[in-house]
Design a protein around this ligand. Structure first.
Ligand SMILES: Nc1ncnc2c1ncn2[C@@H]1O[C@H](COP(=O)(O)OP(=O)(O)O)[C@@H](O)[C@H]1O
Ligand SMILES: [Mg+2]
Length: 338
């Protein structure tokens, strides 16, 4: 690869593309409108608690909307059904050193789950285990299971690329491919897999993914400009668009706003809330306000000195911040350490 692209990302492979798809301008516009259902006007800011989950602003597309997507498949497939991700007894090591000890966490479909905790407690490691990136580190090993809708992504029968296709990742530092145009960044996965797509298909994919990532209006007039020319916040949204182009069922985000200014952060947060109706999101954040703004569920990680990290407490974000069970959680969310 010519650019300083992370190998991690190159291994994120796209589904195959077949057959031409032709749409006239009107049909495309209609599909776009229907693909982004209106946010319910009086929706509450926070989701109700888990158990009989319903989040009114995360309106699911109707069957008719899904039909629109189906008619575009592939590469613009129908929206994949929302998926639940579950880590069971996840432990991790770098060499001899254990950094996670039997972490159990369910990240429910359609919910944004935030992972919080001080530096070094294993949040990123846990996230990387969720899409099989941990195993890319030569000294790394792990134990436990990661279930995507009940199926273990580490099952030897399953292919690595299947996990990467279904579970996308956005990193702390925006990393668009610098020599590629904005347009080519979005469809990078198609290019990398050597799959052919018609120009119509590519145009549709680029527009729909940039729209979902909240970037379309800002870049539609300069799609052929290099991705590296965008601001940090725009680059991060470009990376989100690139992830979405593979129609992931889960989107993992590792401190996606920590390098961004407050305005860009707000835009990314709005984008996340809009995306949550079609992809389950897990976000690592150091920002307590951000965890409260965007997530409905939250898990607090901690590693006592010299011991591997684990989850102290998890549950609905409101309860974690308003009425935590463990005093360490209370101390952390109130800024008394970390
Ligand atoms: N590639 C690596 N090799 C060796 N140790 C690592 C590596 N990556 C992370 N670690 C160690 O694993 C522990 C957990 O790190 P990490 O998951 O990055 O924590 P967090 O994201 O919560 O800050 C830390 O002690 C860190 O130093
Ligand atoms: Mg980290």
């Amino acid at each position: 690869m010519t650019d300083n692209v992370q190998n991690d990302e190159l291994t994120q492979v796209l589904p195959p593309v077949k057959g031409p798809v032709r749409r006239d301008r009107k049909q495309r516009a209609q599909a776009r409108t229907e693909a982004r259902p209106e946010v319910v006007a009086d929706a509450p800011v926070k989701a109700p608690r888990l158990g009989g989950f319903s989040a009114p602003w995360l309106k699911r597309p109707s069957a008719a909307d899904a039909g629109v997507y189906a008619s575009f498949s592939p590469p613009v497939r129908e929206i994949a059904p929302l998926a639940t991700l579950e880590g069971r007894n996840v432990s991790a090591w770098f060499g001899e050193r254990q950094v996670l000890d039997r972490v159990n966490l369910t990240m429910p479909a359609g919910i944004i789950t935030s992972l919080i905790g001080p530096s070094g407690c294993g949040k990123s490691t846990f996230l990387r285990i969720l899409n099989r990136m941990h195993e890319l580190v030569p000294s790394a090993s792990l134990a436990g299971e990661v279930l995507l809708d009940g199926e273990d992504i580490y099952d030897p029968e399953r292919k690595l690329v299947d996990a990467r296709k279904s579970i996308g990742m956005v990193f702390q530092k925006p990393n668009p491919f610098p020599a590629m145009s904005i347009y080519d960044n979005v469809i990078a996965g198609l290019t990398l897999t050597g799959k052919r797509a018609s120009n119509d298909e590519k145009d549709f994919l680029v527009e729909s993914c940039l729209t979902k990532a909240g970037l379309w209006k800002e870049v539609r007039d300069r799609l052929r400009a290099p991705g590296s020319g965008l601001s940090g916040g725009q680059q991060q949204r470009l990376c989100i668009a690139r992830s979405l182009a593979v129609t992931p069922r889960i989107l993992l985000m590792d401190e996606p706003c920590s390098a961004l200014d407050p305005t860009s952060t707000r835009v990314i947060e709005e984008t996340m809330l809009e995306l949550a109706h079609e992809v389950t999101i897990v976000i690592v954040t150091h920002n307590m306000q951000q965890a409260q703004r965007v997530s409905q569920n939250c898990a607090f990680f901690l590693a006592a000195q010299g011991t591997p990290g684990g989850i102290v407490e998890h549950g609905p974000t409101d309860a974690m911040f308003g009425n935590p069970i463990d005093s360490r959680t209370a101390d952390y969310v109130n800024g008394r350490f970390g």
